[in-house]
Design a protein around this ligand. Structure first.
Ligand SMILES: [Zn+2]
Ligand SMILES: [Zn+2]
Length: 303
């Protein structure tokens, strides 16, 4: 299954140096998921050939403008492009009122339904699920209620060893059960253990999206072993006081979370507009967690 992240917006609150406010696009086997929708997201989607029609679910972390000011434009373009199928918006209390007020005063009747799914910030929970993925909220600590999101692939089926199936002349009708882990009973009553007929499925992959937050370990257990962790790193260590004041994280804090979570890879972003050169941020992260990459707009990362 294809599981790919594309960065659409990598900067913090103020756009700078052609870097845009936060937005990430996940492609899971052709299904599109948008994580935050900062100003300019739809332009970034066009720039990087992300098809709007493939997008049915948008997840908003919190109601600071740099994470949702792009919603009105995107929703309007869907409307002008004759979208008919439902758009699902997952986000904090207040998101529905904000969006509906806009279209009420614009006297715009949308051609397609929007369903809002309110995500609370009191405890982590499964906020969306389909046959292949679950999405859980992650409770973050910021100036207003904020939740990250954890995309987890469901465990795949066991892989059949075709030569063993042929050897024991196992009928096709039994294959489905064997893929799910069942042993096989031969016509003479003897049992062939499942592990003699199959191998383990590929490990389930996961992506955690953690923005905006101060350093907090409250969600470490939840994201333990995550394949790819995105964690905001708004400031370099020298500006740690500013990070604390604004309830953001530093490079070292983001990298420490990745280290303690045993993440496969760390991607950092939400850069302060004061930094044109991002190399120092990357260097500080790598001192703690080697497998760190900068979020670069237009760049894709295979999960
Ligand atoms: Zn922000
Ligand atoms: Zn914020």
């Amino acid at each position: 299954m294809h599981f790919e992240l594309t960065i659409l917006g990598s900067n913090g609150a103020i756009p700078a140096y052609d870097r845009h406010p936060t937005s990430h696009f996940l492609n899971y086997n052709g299904d599109g998921f948008l994580l935050d929708c900062g100003e300019g997201t739809q332009m970034q989607m066009a720039r990087y050939n992300i098809k709007r029609g493939r997008l049915d679910h948008i997840f908003i972390t919190h109601l600071h403008g740099d994470h949702f000011f792009g919603l009105m434009g995107l929703i309007t373009s869907f409307n002008l492009n004759y979208r008919e199928h439902t758009l699902h918006i997952h986000g904090p209390k207040g998101i529905e009122e904000i969006v509906r007020a806009h279209f009420t005063y614009a006297q715009t009747q949308l051609r397609y339904p929007i369903e809002f799914h309110i995500v609370t910030d009191d405890r982590p929970q499964v906020v969306y699920e389909n046959s292949q993925l679950t999405v859980e909220s992650i409770i973050l600590r910021h100036r207003i209620p904020t939740t990250g999101y954890l995309f987890r692939e469901k465990p795949g089926q066991r892989k059949i060893l075709p030569e063993k199936i042929a050897l024991h002349e196992i009928p096709v009708s039994e294959i489905g059960k064997i893929k799910q882990g069942a042993d096989y009973t031969m016509p003479d009553g003897s049992v062939i253990a499942n592990h003699d007929l199959t191998t383990d499925p590929a490990p389930a992959r996961s992506y955690a999206f953690c923005t905006d937050t101060v350093y907090t370990e409250t969600f470490l257990d939840q994201i333990q072993g995550v394949s790819v962790l995105y964690h905001e790193a708004t400031f370099v260590n020298m500006h740690r006081e500013r990070a604390a004041e604004t309830m953001h994280s530093t490079t070292t804090e983001a990298a420490t979370i990745a280290l303690k979570a045993n993440a496969g890879k760390l991607i950092v972003g939400h850069y302060s507009a004061r930094y044109e050169d991002l190399a120092p941020l990357l260097a500080e992260c790598k001192e703690v967690f080697t497998n760190t990459e900068l979020a670069i707009e237009g760049q894709s990362y295979i999960i």
